[in-house]
Ligand binder design. Structure first.
Ligand code: CA
Length: 224
């Protein structure tokens, strides 16, 4: 799985090292040196996983973790810390961190832990449904009612993202991070263009309720 990962770590050497390791694994990586900056990025790019240092200069990693889990409970948090007592471990996990690693760590161990966390995110290949729109992740078949809809790979990815996050506002930044992960410099209006393509295919029947809604000033939402 090509995931979106955010690394929040104030020590530049470690931050760069972890980022490079994960980029080499094919992931899209964002980095932050402070807790506040990290939380802003969580909102903007909706990472699948956050590698989070416990000791940060502004707000501590525990509070950052709590806020991440408040904002997006499905985000996996892998705590990274120099502390290694079992009391700290228990504290980290109590705060909702999904896993915990002490520094220094072996690159292979980090890779394995990240992989294990992401597997829990990616395990779901059940049929998705919103209203009479269905998407089968196994066959990539999309239907509105009984009618099959042909989508380009990019449109399919976009619709899959909408359907796994129904009734939620998806900002243009979140959509770019998810769909065009390898080219973060892409302009936000590209999102509008692709949402337009998708609308022409899934919301073309005037006798059916529209499913893709614009949320002015924010982005888009898929809902019945
Ligand atoms: Ca630190």
């Amino acid at each position: 799985m090509n995931a979106i990962i955010l690394v929040i770590e104030d020590e530049k050497d470690i931050r760069d090292f972890v980022a490079k390791l994960l980029i080499d694994q094919g992931h899209t990586v964002y980095t932050a040196g402070k807790g506040i900056e990290g939380l802003d990025l969580v909102e903007k790019v909706s990472p699948d996983l956050v590698v989070l240092d416990l000791n940060l200069p502004d707000i501590d990693g525990e509070s950052v973790c709590e806020r991440i889990k408040d904002m997006r409970p499905e985000t996996q948090v892998l705590m990274l810390t120099a502390r290694d007592t079992s009391r700290d471990l228990a504290r980290g996990l109590n705060l909702g961190a999904d896993d915990y690693m002490t520094k220094p760590f072996e690159p292979e161990v980090l890779k394995a832990r990240v992989h294990a966390r992401l597997r829990t995110v990616d395990s779901d290949d059940e049929m998705l449904q919103v209203g009479d729109l269905t998407l089968d992740p196994k066959t990539h078949e999309v239907k509105r009612g009984e009618e099959s809809i042909d989508l380009s790979p990019q449109e399919y990815k976009l619709l899959h993202y909408f359907m796994t996050n129904p009734n939620q506002v998806l900002t243009r930044e979140m959509i770019i991070a998810r769909i065009w992960e390898s080219s973060p410099e892409i302009e936000t209006r590209v999102v509008d263009v692709y949402v337009g393509y998708l609308r022409k295919k899934i919301d073309k029947d005037d006798n059916k309720p529209k499913l893709i809604h614009s949320v002015r000033g924010f982005g888009y939402m898929l809902k019945e």
